[in-house]
Design a protein around this ligand. Sequence first.
Ligand code: ADP
Length: 151
Amino acid sequence: YTGKTGSELLTEAIKKFKVYEYQSVPVVVKEEATVYDAISTMFLDDVGTIFVVDRDACLTGVVSRKDLLRASIGNQELDAIPVHIIMTRMPNITVCYGDDQLIDAAKKLMNRQIDGLPVVKDSEKGTEMVGRITKTTITKAFVELITDEHL
Ligand code: ADP
């Protein structure tokens, strides 16, 4: 018996969750992709956030559902607008790293009021895309806390 309280054990368990253990595969499009392409990708891959990458698979932008809705209102030619026109771009993107604690990624989602974070790795090429963390990721980890595996 460790003498630790329930909340101390819970805190320890939560701090052990790392981004790399929970990240999922990022859904990406190239900068030349159109708004139409991004909408199709969003439906086909069933995601709410799409990451935009350059030729070297490095992160250049983020496109959310509302970004696409905004671009679509009153606009007939969605296959004529490249996503790079409407995306939120680097360096204004909030990112996280594989070794970060999942709770810190969750705090970023809360503080920035966004749905997803790219997991990146800095390399000589730039900011390489490695994965994604979303509100769903955090929900999954939260539910896992009630399996005694972690406590
Ligand atoms: P929605 O716009 O569908 O509500 P979000 O809340 O995730 O989805 O996005 C809100 C705004 O923040 C959008 O303009 C989007 O481009 C931008 N955004 C989304 N994710 C990030 C991020 N990781 N870093 C910076 N901006 C982001």
